[in-house]
Ligand binder design. Structure first.
Ligand SMILES: [Zn+2]
Length: 132
């Protein structure tokens, strides 16, 4: 990794920075797990309420609310699952010493960007290019 670094603005992560980001990722994983756990519980409750709904009389005012709640929960669940995967992948990259390097151009992603988005796989320039 002693290639010439043309961009002086982004440098490879120091050990301290790496440890900080790893701690951040682990904290985030705990948060996501907790949210997913809470969501699973809510799903069970909504499912039970739905099951009860069908045997209830048809004047149940909760009906439409339940189905919109149902689809909302599914949406949130999908987002959380994706976030969980990204965090997991980032922790794996830390373990395999490939973290903090852009998967597209191979340049360091930079601490400032990783601090804001520790699961980022692209440097800011490649991320901008990918958006176009
Ligand atoms: Zn890049």
């Amino acid at each position: 990794m002693n290639t010439v670094q043309s961009r002086a603005s982004e440098s490879a992560l120091t050990d301290a920075e790496l440890r900080l980001l790893e701690a951040q990722l682990r904290g985030r994983r705990l948060d996501i797990d907790r949210e997913l756990g809470g969501l699973a519980q809510t799903l069970v409750e909504v499912r039970e309420a739905r099951g009860a709904e069908s045997v209830d009389d048809e004047h149940d005012p909760e009906g439409p609310t339940l189905s919109s709640e149902w689809s909302r929960i599914h949406g949130v669940h999908g987002e959380l699952a994706a976030a969980s995967e990204a965090v997991e992948a980032a922790l794996e990259r830390i373990a395999s010493d490939s973290y903090g390097v852009c998967t597209r151009c191979g340049q360091p992603i930079g601490f400032a960007r990783l601090e804001a988005r520790p699961e980022a796989t692209l440097c800011i320039e490649c991320a901008r290019a990918a958006e176009r």
